[in-house]
Write a protein that binds this ligand. Structure first.
Ligand code: SF4
Length: 694
């Protein structure tokens, strides 16, 4: 089928694969959806979520007009109130008394505007994002190893590798089109080997030559064992490690690893070590199973250590590869959307970097230190240090760890603004002011996928009701706070051009993020922008980084980081089961969009608990009965699914379901607010729980 003349080329909003989408009017006010054959990420493929985008555009349930204390209000009244309350709070209590909690669902232009307002004009770095829950440990690991948060490789490396190791990643369900590319590559080259490291037997294991059902949290032990084997078996790349510091200390730490801690058989472990050390073209893909841990950064570095020691990085078919969960987690990293980053991958703790950004923005009051990361931010809301909070495009009353506590904190905050496209969520119910934002088909801007490819998301439908783009809402508030000339954009192309110009400044300070050739982009050229990889600089061959052994630490070398594995939080007599959490194939986040599609809900219709038959029997839980799952943080009621896909003692529950009254299927109420000390990322993969029949 050929695309219609009126077809819009845009991008799927659901995951970091960043698939190109063709959207064309269906004649009844909706859209027909196809995969874009010309988009390099998906080459025409879509997964079930992407292909159902046309079924999720119903305007029922949309927030169509601003509301103040639940009553419909004019935009002027709502914006005046938001600007006045933020200005009063800052004047009375200082810039750190306010905060923004934003989202990897925002477009880069929205993200840039929010970050500029908070870090350059309000003068605080109290802006953090739900991407903190997704990949902050990967950012921290990259920065420790490379001196920069730069993803070294490309999707095609997965296809070119002779060995693909997937660890902490259910790629088949969470990044389906990238998984389909891997399946096709293995069909074309059956000699390719795939290893899946996961305590659960997931759908991804169907492709595996070897499934390592590792003990929960033992990933760093396994990669330390691998590093020790690399050293012992002569697989170290001596030329490459002349560009790496920390080799001896890291090997020394790795040799302490105890194979028994992995829970793997000696045969399986040996096979893995043989495959990895004996294969030059290795890609290690990792995702939330690595990142969402109280030692997530160390786990990331344990993986990076192996690739640095062997020089298997930044060359075709080789490298560590972090796949991001959200459609624009990477764009958020590029604009400095995390509380501990500055725009264009600059460092907020570097005075030269801060000064350069301040000069570029002509900013009156630049943040001088990192702000509060997500869990700490909501603790500060709880104890009153944060007195005005603006939540954009996310639903933390469901998705944050200790979600009940977070909901109570938001409910107790002096002033809460929520920008969202949906009228009724667990979070919008807690807002004093609601601002209607445009949704996927109505938005216009750019996103960056997991391989650093920037794509346009183009408007294919008129905004619903009075909905406005997030960047415009932010600029409207900034203008009312007295900074209008710095936020005087009239379209997203101008924001993109400004960000591109800032990347030129950042490039002169050593940043890899370089889109500076777009600094003067016109609206027309922006509208025609084809998907492209950054950097555009010819100095990087093939779009990869670090294959030349040059890194961003001051001495130009990489760092291997000695890793001492830490076990996850202990279970107890009261909470003897370790709950693992994750996604299902057909739903997204808190289901505000995918929940609209009956087709998507048919796959798995309700919140459930995967539990091993032995545990189910011991607890008196029968198939399809209900279980009460409790942790010190909260309680959820889940349908029992008895399966040996999970190990005894290690049940699993998906994160998507919401609920207005406790107990419900909200699984993040069970997750403790334990975080990685380096990245601040919550340990969402491990919640000690008790289970009983309901
Ligand atoms: Fe959308 Fe991700 Fe599916 Fe691609 S793989 S269609 S980006 S959800």
């Amino acid at each position: 089928m050929h695309p219609a003349v009126s077809t819009i080329r845009t991008t799927c909003p659901y995951c970091g694969v960043g698939c190109g989408v063709l959207a064309s009017p269906d004649g009844t006010g909706g859209l027909n959806i196809m995969g874009d054959p010309a988009h390099p990420a998906n080459r025409g493929r879509l997964c079930v979520k992407g292909s159902a985008l046309g079924e999720t555009l119903d305007r029922q349930g949309r927030l169509l007009a601003p509301r103040i204390h639940g009553r419909e209000a004019s935009w002027d009244d709502a914006l005046d109130l938001v600007a006045a309350r933020f200005a009063e709070t800052i004047a009375e209590h200082g810039p750190d008394s306010v905060a923004f909690y934003v989202s990897g669902q925002l477009l880069t232009e929205d993200y840039y505007a929010a970050n500029k307002l908070m870090k350059g004009f309000i003068g605080s770095a109290n802006i953090d994002t739900n991407s903190r829950l997704c990949m902050a440990s990967s950012v921290a690991g990259h920065r420790r190893a490379f001196g920069t948060d730069t993803v070294p490789g490309l999707y095609e490396d997965l296809e070119q590798a002779d060995l693909v190791v997937l660890t902490g990643s259910n790629l088949a369900w969470c990044h389906p089109v990238l998984f389909q590319r891997l399946v096709a590559a293995k069909e074309a080259r059956p000699e390719m080997r795939v290893v899946v490291i996961d305590p659960r037997r997931t759908a991804t294991c169907d492709l595996a030559d070897l499934h390592l059902a590792i003990a929960p949290g033992a990933d760093a032990v396994l990669f330390n064992l691998l590093l020790a084997a690399i050293a012992e078996r002569g697989a170290v790349n001596q030329y490459f490690i002349s560009n790496v510091n920390g080799f001896d200390a890291t090997i020394h730490a790795a040799r302490e690893a105890d194979p028994a801690a992995t829970g793997l058989s000696a045969e399986d472990l040996e096979r893995f070590l043989d495959l990895w050390t004996g294969t030059e073209k290795v890609v290690t893909v990792y995702s939330q199973g690595i990142n969402q841990s109280e030692s997530g950064s160390d786990k990331v570095n344990a993986i990076l250590n192996c690739h640095l020691a062997t020089g298997r990085i930044g060359r075709p078919g080789m490298g560590p590869f972090s796949v991001t969960g959200q459609p624009n987690a990477m764009g958020g990293r590029e604009v400095g959307g995390l509380a501990n980053m500055l725009a264009c991958h600059l460092d907020i703790e570097n005075a030269t970097h801060r000064s350069a950004v301040q000069d570029f923005w002509a900013a009156p009051r630049m943040a001088e230190r990192p702000g509060l990361k997500a869990v700490d931010m909501f603790r500060a809301v709880e104890d009153g240090r944060i007195k005005a909070l603006w939540i954009m495009c996310t639903n933390p009353a469901v998705s944050m760890p200790e979600a009940d506590r977070v909901a109570r904190a938001i409910a107790g905050c002096d002033f809460v603004v929520v920008s969202d496209m949906v009228a009724e969520t667990d979070t919008t119910r807690l807002a004093h002011v609601l601002l209607p934002a445009t949704g996927w088909a109505e938005k216009d801007g750019t996103v960056t996928n997991s391989e650093r490819r920037i794509s346009r998301q183009r408007r294919s439908m008129a905004p619903a009701g009075q909905a406005r783009d997030d960047w415009r809402i932010i600029a409207d508030v900034a203008t009312r706070m007295g900074w209008g000339e710095h936020f005087a954009w009239t379209n997203p192309a101008q924001i993109y051009a400004e960000h591109a110009a800032l990347s030129g400044v950042a490039g002169r300070l050593g940043s890899d993020f370089d889109i500076s050739s777009h600094a003067g982009i016109t609206r027309d050229a922006y509208d025609r922008l084809e998907p492209f990889l950054w950097p555009q600089s010819p100095r990087k061959s093939g779009g990869r980084f670090f294959g030349d052994g040059r890194f961003h630490h001051p001495d130009g070398k990489a760092r291997m980081i000695p890793v001492t594995p830490r076990a996850p939080q202990s279970v107890s007599a009261e909470h003897p089961y370790r709950l693992n959490t994750g996604r299902v194939r057909d739903h997204w986040h808190t289901m505000t969009r995918t929940g609209i599609s009956a087709r998507l809900s048919r796959h798995l219709a309700e919140p459930y608990l995967e539990i091993h038959p032995r545990d189910a029997e011991a607890l008196g839980l029968s198939v399809a009965s209900l279980a009460r799952v409790s942790s010190p943080e909260g309680t959820a009621i889940l349908r029992v699914l008895v399966t040996d896909r999970v190990a005894p003692g290690h049940p699993f529950a998906p994160i998507h379901w919401t609920g207005q009254t406790a107990p419900s299927g909200r699984v993040d109420v069970l997750v403790p607010g334990v975080t990685d000390p380096v990245s601040g990322q919550p340990a969402s993969k491990s919640a000690p729980v008790a289970i009983a029949p309901f």
